[in-house]
Design a protein around this ligand. Structure first.
Ligand code: C2O
Length: 534
């Protein structure tokens, strides 16, 4: 294995989309940012230098960070942010992972423009467990606001209302032909007849789960969140923010130009429509003559399409890549996740929208939780996060009377190597919403999923403990539940939150603290010397 060095200069850059120009925060002046390439077992060193006036931190979404939580990146969770003029070297080893992941800013809403792909190739000489593609292509989906994104969320925080939705979705940074600003470019994927392409699809959008589709072509899904799955064919992919999907595409039509589309799964909460992003797939030599064959993405709220896709995901579970599902459970947890309303005298309606897990709206600390944990600094957090809902819930599809939540910086403590079963129940407090929940520091197995209220007696009998999909971000269905299992084999402090950034902002987040084990390789490593100070 090798050591790979990267330098990320965080700089402002004027960028034009949708016929207007604004300065955005970028890495190395690029949008989307540079791809980080590595192989399984490599060590990656990324020196991040902050040349802008915002504090910054970068998260390596899905990288396990075994014992190296200091390099995980969420601001005030594992590190203080990198202040203007300062730098920090993220130093981590990629252990037992290969596939596609993403990196993104993990402070405020800066990840709107600060994101890029992580491509982890198998160890040298180890083939993919699927036919070797002729070419590999990164496809990063995102969102674009014409206005300043920080202003959008600051305005919402002041008013207590929901922020404006983005003006368009993007594919590799571009809204594409549909935007009527075509001179500003769109992504084109040139293909040759008969060749096979591995698309490394990433959803880096702030607030939208997306459908991804290519006119006339089927995709074969082979990997999600850097874990191999049993290959299956689909013409549409559902992908939530923070998730990645590797799919094989065979250029089997021979000629023509085809539309690639990324459109929202869930209808936006405010009556504004943000644009479907488009790109093109082009067979060589036909550029000027053909018209683009269009595709119709599934309509919004196309739950059957989403469910069919989700239910098709299974771990590969081969001899080489067995699904190591925990078969016993030490911590049996049930977390309600939802949105509520708390009083706010300065807000527009006298109240503010909040997010919660088990009725707790998470309050960010002033120094990082990991430092507080490692140096035993008191009064930063408590470890009394409730393992079950404090207020009884009963999802009926109508709004309950008590929408209030309590505030707290509360963590849930896990012993090293203990096993966790966690049922995530959407309570639909204000309106049922899909929530893509991301857990830092671990992969988990998605053992069950259902609509309505989770039944602790009957539902576990149908759990898949054989080949459930393994991932780091999972959608909790609107008005339903998702059950996951993982083993707490990574000491440190690990953030868990909704990857819809607006919900994270509202407090739909918490963290686990995992204690050290007894063995020499079972402890959190000491902090790097250049760890930023608050
Ligand atoms: Cu990709 Cu805590 O996030």
């Amino acid at each position: 294995c090798r050591v790979r060095h990267y330098k990320f200069n965080v700089v402002m850059r004027n960028t034009t989309r949708l016929c207007s120009t604004k300065p955005i925060v970028t890495v190395n002046g690029r949008f989307p940012g540079p791809t980080v390439y590595a192989r399984e077992d490599d060590t990656v060193l990324v020196k991040v230098v902050n040349h802008v006036k915002h504090n910054i931190s970068i998260h390596w979404h899905g990288i396990r960070q075994l014992r190296t939580g200091w390099a995980d990146g969420p601001a005030y969770i594992t590190q203080c942010p990198i202040q203007p003029g300062q730098s920090f070297v993220y130093n981590f080893t990629i252990t037992g992972q290969r596939g596609t992941l993403l990196w993104h800013a993990h402070i405020l809403w800066l990840r709107a423009t600060v994101y890029g792909a992580i491509v982890i190739l198998p160890k040298l000489g180890v083939p993919y467990p699927f036919p070797t593609p002729n070419r590999e292509v990164v496809v990063v989906l995102g969102e674009w606001w014409k206005s300043d994104v920080e202003a959008v969320i600051n305005e919402a925080t002041k008013s207590g209302l929901a922020p404006n939705v983005s003006d368009a979705h993007t594919i590799n940074g571009h809204p594409g032909p549909i935007s009527n600003c075509l001179s500003q470019g769109g992504f084109n994927l040139p293909v040759e007849p008969g060749k096979t392409y591995l698309l490394r699809i990433i959803n880096a959008a702030l607030n939208e789960e997306l459908f991804f589709k290519i006119a006339g072509h089927q995709l074969t899904v082979v990997e999600v969140d850097a874990t191999y799955v049993k290959p299956f064919k689909s013409d549409t992919i559902l992908i939530a923010p923070g998730q990645t999907t590797n799919a094989l595409l065979t250029a089997d039509l021979g000629t023509g130009r085809y539309m690639v589309a990324a459109s929202p799964f869930v209808d936006s909460p405010v009556p504004v429509d943000n644009m479907t992003a488009t790109a093109t797939l082009d067979y060589s030599g036909t550029l000027s003559t053909t018209t683009t064959r269009l595709t119709t993405p599934p309509p919004k709220n196309a739950t059957p399409v989403a469910t069919t896709f989700t239910n098709s995901l299974r771990s590969l579970n081969s001899n080489q890549f067995p699904a190591k599902v925990p078969l016993t459970v030490d911590h049996n947890l049930l977390f309600t996740i939802g949105l509520g309303v708390n009083p706010c005298s300065t807000c527009v309606n006298g109240s503010r929208l909040v997010g919660d897990i088990n009725n707790v709206t998470f309050v960010m600390p002033k120094i990082s939780l990991l430092q507080a944990h490692f140096f035993k600094i008191s009064n930063v957090f408590t470890d009394d996060f409730p393992g079950n809902p404090i207020i009884a819930y009963n999802y009926t599809g109508t709004q309950p009377t008590n929408l209030r939540t309590m505030k707290g910086t509360r963590l849930y403590r896990l012993a090293y190597n203990s096993t966790v079963q966690l049922v995530l129940q959407d309570t639909g407090m204000i309106a049922p919403e899909n929530h893509p929940i991301h857990l830092h520091g671990f992969n988990f197995f998605v053992v069950g999923r259902g609509l309505g209220n989770f039944n602790p007696k009957t539902d576990p009998m149908n759990f898949n403990l054989v080949d459930p999909v393994e991932r780091n971000t999972v959608g909790v269905p609107s008005g339903g539940w998702t059950a996951i299992r993982f083993k707490a084999d990574n000491p440190g402090v690990w953030f868990m939150h909704c990857h819809l950034e607006v919900h994270t902002t509202w407090g739909l987040k918490m963290a686990f603290v995992v204690d050290n084990g007894e063995g020499p390789n079972e402890t959190l490593l000491p902090p790097p010397r250049d760890l930023p100070k608050c």
